[in-house]
Ligand binder design. Structure first.
Ligand SMILES: Nc1ncnc2c1ncn2[C@@H]1O[C@H](COP(=O)(O)OP(=O)(O)OP(=O)(O)O)[C@@H](O)[C@H]1O
Length: 611
């Protein structure tokens, strides 16, 4: 008993539910802090797991540790034996488990600790994975592990550990290839979808939903990876200190001289506009082993069944994007945009790699064709329109990752469907910033799960006659409704502004939201700028009161990004490209369809709802 009390005072409690002052945030954080300092990065809140990112290898994820956790019950971690064992006995296993990942406090990150004793007993991530896996096998019920947290919190690492565990726990031989694909899908996705940001050297710039299909013996036989909201704008613009997607650096640093020469590339990052904007430090970014990652990525392509010809088309597209980025538009006669002589070389290289017609691409960058009453009218763009246009259109090119390099398949034939859906580009911050979980495409599920967990726990206490003060929790539903409701929600108002005739602007969109929600809605605030404040910015802002706190949004660019329209000229040019990757992203059928393409917000809403 004494030993137990001592342990508790030095390493806190394993489960925050057992804290005496369980409602006190300081006590809760203090408990996490204590445990973190003793190398215990995992803490439960009932069936929910909190992970504090240690930012260093603790040596607790080895094969031996995985073995230790195999068939060791989640409930063996004291003091939850009773509650969890009953869940199992009654077959009432909570179907989904929320692994809430919290970011580490920076100043604690470098603590040197030698006491790793008993850490493996607390390697709760494996416990979660093992519980889910065993429940799947024994109870034949679908399992879901939901991981959320802010950028850099450790979500990707946590998901990799879970995948590793599943791959290791299941059998051998027949499914070896599927397992390898499970693990290798990550470097492939990360090459095309991750980038170095100021918060995380390997930040996923898209949300991910992964599912793994198992046969009746519990062997993985295939899976799907669905992705949301790839940050397309990063292709053309990187903030200070940040990089473009890893693939560009991997290609330039890792590919052979022959490969680079066939793509008309030089091994010099400073030559490419799309790779050098983030500032000097990216040129020699130490934390990213681009050469090593290139090898892993190539191996992953082979393992995932990407054929040599496909690979060539994928890399040609990546290189073509870099060349296109070096095409600058200039003002010609009558202020019309034109491709100057100095950019012609880059344009021709892009043309060759995409396999499209040079005059068609040039015209598509500098002209616009619209259809009016069955007739097509082409007008030249001025430089500003051309710049905006070509920037936006180049965003779309990144959607090669949508279809091709990550190829479709069927879980039953053990191939993966990897998609990077066309989505918001920069404006995905609209969704991402306030609600990290939305980025994961699980907006409602996340909140639902918290409610579900609290609700089921509280109901259980009530049933058992345990004295309990009901905890009020923030209900996210009204905010989701305010964003999503058909006709009246923010997305509908924004879509309406994008589609209506006349002269809609970001300001008219803000005005309409003010009219719809009022200036002092419970969750929406956008006061008219007072004379005293008088600042221009105030009239460009609105505030949403999310469950995690209030977030101020600047309205500028919302409509443009939501429109996400690819002009007909570029679509047409690309649909005729010989490069099969480019061509597949822009099918001719899209051109023939009469329906106006969905806005970015609607595409996102549908993709989340459909999956
Ligand atoms: N369990 C862990 N042990 C040691 N280091 C970790 C762990 N989890 C995360 N890290 C470190 O933190 C970094 C960021 O983690 P990760 O990429 O998983 O964050 P994320 O939540 O997926 O971020 P983003 O949303 O930006 O993609 C990793 O590159 C790794 O260095």
């Amino acid at each position: 008993m004494e030993g137990h009390l001592h342990a508790r005072s030095t390493v806190g409690v394993h489960d925050a539910v057992l804290l005496e002052k369980y409602l006190d945030e300081d006590v809760f954080i203090d408990n996490l802090d204590k445990r973190f300092k003793a190398n215990h990065i995992y803490t439960y809140i009932g069936p929910v797991l909190i992970i504090v990112n240690p930012y260093r290898e603790l040596g607790i994820h080895s094969k031996q540790h995985m073995k230790d956790y195999r068939n060791v019950h989640f409930f063996e971690v004291p003091p939850h034996v009773r509650r969890h064992s009953r869940h199992f006995r009654a077959g009432k296993k909570v179907a989904a488990t929320l692994a809430a990942v919290k970011a580490a406090v920076d100043e604690n990150s470098g603590i040197a600790l030698d006491d790793l004793e008993a850490t493996h007993r607390e390697n709760a991530k494996f416990a979660i994975a093992d519980t889910a896996y065993r429940s799947l096998k024994q109870e034949n019920r679908d399992q879901c592990v939901l991981i959320s947290g802010e950028s850099g919190a450790g979500k990707t690492e946590a998901s990799k550990r879970i995948l590793e565990y599943v791959a290791n726990a299941s059998g051998h031989s027949v499914v070896a290839q599927v397992k390898e694909m499970l693990l290798l899908s990550n470097p492939l996705l990360e090459a095309f979808g991750n980038a170095t940001t100021t918060r995380n050297d390997n930040s996923s710039r898209f949300g991910k939903y992964m599912d793994i299909a198992f046969d009746f013996k519990g062997e993985p036989v295939g899976g799907h990876i669905l992705s949301y909201l790839l940050e397309k704008s990063r292709v053309v613009y990187q903030a200070n200190g940040e990089r473009n997607f890893h693939i560009f650096y991997q290609l330039l640093n890792g590919a052979s001289d022959e490969r680079l020469s066939s793509l008309h590339l030089t091994r010099d990052i400073s030559q490419y506009q799309y790779m050098k904007q983030g500032g000097g430090n990216q040129h020699s970014h130490k934390s990213q082993d681009d050469v090593g990652q290139w090898k892993i990525m190539e191996h992953a392509m082979d393992t995932c069944g990407v054929q040599a010809e496909e690979k060539k088309h994928i890399l040609s597209t990546v290189a073509g994007i870099l060349h296109l980025g070096n095409v600058e538009l200039e003002e010609g006669p009558n202020n019309y945009a034109e491709v100057p002589a100095k950019s012609r070389d880059a344009l021709l290289k892009a043309v060759q790699l995409f396999g499209c017609a040079a005059d068609a691409l040039e015209k598509a960058l500098t002209h616009r064709t619209i259809e009016a009453r069955g007739e097509f009218v082409t007008t030249p763009l001025n430089k500003e329109q051309g710049d905006i246009r070509s920037l936006r259109d180049r965003f779309r090119i990144i959607s090669i990752m949508d279809e091709e390099c990550l190829r479709p398949g069927d879980p039953t034939d053990a191939t993966f469907l990897h998609k990077m859906r066309n989505s918001f580009g920069a404006s995905h911050q609209f969704f991402k910033a306030p609600q990290p979980s939305v980025k994961r495409g699980t907006k409602t599920a996340d909140q639902g799960l918290i409610e579900l967990t609290l609700k089921s726990e509280q109901e259980e206490y009530l049933r058992e006659g345990i004295q309990w003060t009901t905890i009020e929790f923030f209900d996210n539903k009204p905010i989701c409704q305010m964003i999503e409701t058909v006709h009246k929600g923010i997305i509908s108002i924004m879509d309406e502004e994008c589609l209506r005739p006349g002269d809609p602007t970001d300001a008219t969109f803000l005005h309409k939201m003010r009219n719809s929600f009022g200036t002092s809605h419970q969750f929406f605030k956008a006061p008219q700028p007072s004379v005293k404040r008088g600042t221009k910015t105030a009239d460009q802002e609105f505030i949403l009161l999310h469950y995690a706190g209030s977030v101020t949004y600047n309205i500028l660019g919302f409509l443009d990004k939501n429109n996400d329209l690819l002009f007909r000229d570029l679509k047409d040019t690309m649909s005729k490209a010989k490069n099969e990757v480019v061509n597949a992203v822009y099918p001719k059928s899209e051109l023939e369809g009469k329906k106006r393409p969905d806005t970015a917000a609607t595409q996102f809403k549908s993709s989340v709802n459909n999956n």
